[in-house]
Design a protein around this ligand. Structure first.
Ligand SMILES: Cc1ncc(COP(=O)(O)O)c(CNc2co[nH]c2=O)c1O
Length: 420
């Protein structure tokens, strides 16, 4: 049985009452929007419960102020809320404390922060960086380009025909010159849940550092960064009921202490003279300028919301939906789903229907009010490896239902009839 009371959850998201199908140039529901929204694009971004929207509105309505420096009451209130947001995130992912939690704009910026603040200074031609073939562009392009700038060799662990990481190949590639390895926790295209703790052990056996991309895991399952023993770990607020504009970089304290900042300015300094500057304590050293205050406070509220649902329940709910979608879609022999079987994946399915281009498919689905993503999902090399230009992807969250999967399948069948 589904562990979440989905109707109660859906009541927290007024947007789910949206009708669609009308004029797309007018934001919000307007005349001509007649079809119920079936939102299945949660791997791209999730919706925002009232409790999070209220936290943002409450901040701007009653204690909006700049942080860290003000003596006046509003600044102290905003600073306290912003600092507590770091504490809450640390608790949620099992970090030691706020010193290990840097707020960024998104996962992409977290990857770039480490690539520039650590990679540019630490990597050289004698080093190698190990990635996997299923990495998102946020890490793949970032470390690929840092490899070009530093001369470090960039290698890719193979993905097998089932969409799982080839750990035997990982054991071949990782050696004593592996300075950094980046592994996606959950693939946003395959739904594969990678053995990141095993991967971290392998890399640590060779004294390398491990960066885990948790953009598709933290929103969807319990995560403990210390149990994984990740050196760095990143995720985004907008994929976990939070607003856009905030991401999180977790880093082991001693590593962040040793790293030089790569963005300079106010807030991140303790003392400045015309000759030189001293940096602020962690994590503020890596948060230059006026930070993402409202977003951080909102992420705190989003974490409270998700923890009230229970991350085990969130995970179980999505896995049931993904398994149901996998079984219903593969009942047709003209559907290809990429990645592991339905009972061994996270809450998403990327697929194609023979004879129907993914963009045409998602257009037909959109006419049914069904929102999925079509394209390469920022994993172009993986799509090339799969021999496809694009795929359609349905991705689930806490407010999706079996009935919505049925609507997906009906819409896919309509596309099949149209294009067959
Ligand atoms: C595995 C993974 N890593 C990194 C990112 C980047 O996150 P951002 O910096 O917040 O954008 C994404 C976003 N994935 C997607 C964004 O839109 N469709 C997607 O599948 C992702 O799925």
């Amino acid at each position: 049985s589904y562990p979440l009371d989905v109707e109660a959850v859906r009541a927290d998201f007024p947007i789910l009452e949206r009708k669609v199908g009308g004029d797309v140039t007018v934001p919000g529901e307007s005349e001509g929007d007649t079809k119920p929204l079936v939102y299945l694009d949660n791997a791209a971004t999730s919706h925002t419960p009232e409790r999070v929207v209220d936290a943002i509105a409450d901040y701007y309505r009653s204690y909006n102020s700049n942080v860290h420096r003000g003596i006046h009451q509003l600044s102290q209130e905003a600073s306290t809320a912003y600092e507590h947001a770091h504490d809450r995130v640390a608790e949620f992912v099992g970090a030691e404390g706020r010193e290990e939690i840097v707020f960024t704009k998104n996962t992409t910026e977290a990857e770039n922060l480490v690539a520039y603040a650590w990679g540019l200074n630490e990597l050289g031609p004698e080093d190698n960086v190990v990635l996997t073939e299923m990495e998102h562009h946020a890490s793949l392009v970032t470390w690929q380009q840092i490899g070009k700038k530093t001369g470090a060799d960039v290698r890719f662990v193979r993905v097998d025909d089932d969409g799982r990481l080839d750990m035997d190949h990982a054991r071949e590639l990782v050696d004593d010159d592996t300075a950094m390895a980046n592994v996606v926790h959950v693939s946003n295209t395959l739904g594969t849940v990678n053995p990141v703790a095993e991967f971290a052990d392998l890399v640590h056996d060779h004294d390398g550092l491990v960066f885990v991309d948790g953009a598709q895991s933290v929103p969807h399952m319990p995560v403990d960064v210390q149990a994984i023993d990740a050196d760095f770990f990143a995720f985004s607020g907008h994929k976990m009921c939070g607003p856009t504009g905030i991401g999180v970089l977790y880093g082991k304290e001693h590593l962040l202490e040793e790293m030089e900042p790569y963005l300079y300015g106010g807030e991140m300094i303790r003392k400045v003279t015309y000759e030189d500057s001293e940096w602020e304590d962690l994590p503020w050293k890596f948060e230059a300028g006026t930070p993402v205050i409202a977003q951080g406070i909102a992420l705190h509220a989003a974490i409270d919301y998700l923890e009230d649902l229970g991350m085990e329940n969130v995970h179980a709910h999505e896995q049931l939906l993904a398994e149901y979608a996998y079984d219903e879609l593969t009942a047709y022999d003209d559907v290809d789903i990429y990645g592991p079987p339905g009972d061994d994946r996270a809450g998403l399915v990327a697929f194609n229907v023979d004879g129907v281009h993914a963009h045409d498919l998602s257009s037909i689905l959109n006419e049914h009010g069904v929102a999925v993503r079509a394209g390469d999902h920022c994993t172009q090399p993986l799509h090339q490896k799969l021999g496809i230009a694009a795929s359609a992807r349905a991705s689930f969250y806490v407010y999706n239902t079996r009935e919505e999967v049925d609507k997906l399948v009906e819409a896919v069948d309509d596309a099949r009839q149209l294009f067959a």
